[in-house]
Ligand binder design. Structure first.
Ligand SMILES: Cc1ncc(COP(=O)(O)O)c(C=O)c1O
Length: 468
């Protein structure tokens, strides 16, 4: 019996609750929430325990494993973040080294910092037109491991936030030849199998540990995620202990139920819904042909569901304003706009009507009002110099100084445009003029930037306090 049936069975017992949670199956809360609260219980008999699953949670985790074809699957109730923490710390001990794509999500930097792990970065190329970080190539991986042969493994992200996939199969084969571990942050790719792109997914490609944010691209509640163990190169007990450490001791049954049901939808209707979504996307791609100002980003290796609108041949659009016109005048909210494009996340839950509404808007909008008059358009590839390790910088005393005066100082915090959540500068890296200019530029573009303060009309940053 899986989670959903197990929870239904308990709900039908109409138990008088003298157990957690405090709402006692949805009493006192508004009617609109009551249905959700029905399955919000705790580890009473019959409900199993995520941290040592032997019952309904285990059955659902086995179904998840079977669907993706991994060795073992674990539900995560603290997002992919917790899975990345566990995967990274199960692979390298304190002071050991991992090679990490510099275009990684902040959770990867946090894991390295918490684990005291030494990070050596590899830098994917950036496509100057779409401003998109490109795939991690086998060549770059080879160079990095020749330079740092002591590294225990590699952490890479595929697909990226903009949908670019890396050649995971080639990379996995190369690393396994050296007996190294491959961790893939596939937070944005849990749907690939359902979309007929399984051959480009990391579990299929043989990565050792793969992390999925089920909530990002499947019909699953926010935070619902999964970790797949896919080889015997990892100490399973250590991994499981780390999952226990990094996750709450009160896992939400509503969240686990939602993941179980998301899985069931994929099992039972995934192929049909995936084909329908591909139909909507193909029609959308055709409908956008000939647009005077916009086109879709292309790449030979990409997640087909992630649509990135970029400048057509002649225009330079202010995508920030495009995002706001779509919201205010057409009731459409995109995922994210940046200086080179607009990101739209499409899933099996989008209808043809959604795509039609978007297409109509894109042809109706007067783009002459949305031309970019600013100075954006100079995505420079910034490789900050590293002065201290992430952990050392994090634990040093810090001080706040104006961004304009930060050149030469070592950053004490991550400064992160969100989304996509990739740090422009990490603790231990040195502020250069390029970085300062880029942060100013992004702040001017209304990016939501975490890690800086705005006070007295200045931006302030935290730097490592200089020792006298
Ligand atoms: C590439 C990538 N990895 C990991 C994460 C963290 O995922 P979660 O929010 O599920 O913890 C994110 C979240 O935005 C992400 O974009």
């Amino acid at each position: 019996m899986r989670i959903h049936e197990g929870l239904e069975r308990i709900a039908h017992e109409n138990l008088i609750s003298f157990h957690m949670p405090g709402h006692k199956k949805g009493r006192l809360v508004p009617d609109s929430l009551k249905e959700i609260y029905r399955h919000d219980i705790t580890e009473i008999p019959g409900a199993d325990n995520l941290h040592e699953a032997t019952g309904i949670i285990r059955a659902s985790q086995e179904a998840l494993r079977d669907y993706y074809g991994s060795l073992k699957a674990y539900f995560l109730v603290n997002g992919s973040t917790s899975g990345l923490y566990a995967a990274i710390m199960a692979t390298a001990r304190p002071s050991e080294t991992l090679i990490v794509s510099r275009e990684s999500h902040r959770s990867i930097y946090s894991a390295l910092m918490l684990g005291g792990i030494n990070a050596r970065y590899l830098y994917p190329e950036i496509d100057p037109v779409a401003g998109a970080c490109q795939e991690v190539t086998l060549e770059k991986v080879r160079e990095a491991f020749e330079r740092y042969p002591e590294a225990k493994g590699l952490v890479l992200t595929s697909p990226t936030f903009l949908g670019i996939l890396s050649p995971v199969k080639e990379i996995a084969a190369y690393l396994h030849g050296l007996d190294k571990v491959l961790i893939v942050d596939e937070a944005h790719g849990a749907h690939l199998k359902m979309m007929g792109q399984n051959h480009q997914s990391s579990i299929f490609a043989g990565a050792d540990l793969v992390i999925h944010s089920l909530h990002k691209t499947l019909p699953v509640l926010t935070q619902g995620s999964a970790l797949h163990l896919n080889s015997d190169r990892i100490d399973r007990e250590r991994l499981e202990e780390l999952l226990n450490i990094h996750q709450t001791s009160s896992p939400s049954y509503v969240l686990m139920d939602s993941m179980d049901e998301g899985l069931r939808i994929m099992e039972e209707e995934g192929q049909t819904l995936g084909r329908a979504l591909m139909g909507h996307i193909r029609k959308f791609e055709a409908g956008l042909q000939g647009h005077p100002c916009l086109k879709l980003m292309t790449h030979p290796w990409r997640d087909l569901t992630r649509l990135v609108l970029i400048n057509g041949e002649k225009a330079t659009i202010d995508f920030n304003r495009l995002e706001s016109v779509l919201r205010k005048e057409y009731g459409i909210q995109a995922e994210y706009s940046y200086d080179k494009g607009l990101v739209l996340i499409t899933t099996i839950a989008n209808t043809q009507g959604d795509f039609d509404g978007l297409m109509k808007a894109l042809w109706e909008i007067d783009f002459s009002q949305l031309l970019n008059t600013g100075e954006y358009g100079t995505i420079k590839y910034i490789r900050p110099e590293k002065n201290l390790s992430l952990r050392e910088a994090f634990y040093r005393d810090k001080q706040w100084i104006p961004l304009s005066k930060a050149r030469g100082y070592t950053s004490a915090r991550m400064i992160i445009p969100y989304p996509p959540g990739i740090p422009l500068i990490a603790p231990g890296e040195v502020f250069s003029s390029d970085i300062i200019e880029r942060i100013h530029e992004m702040a001017g573009f209304n990016y939501n930037i975490l890690g800086i303060k705005e006070e007295d009309h200045h931006h302030w940053v935290a730097v490592v306090k200089e020792e006298n």
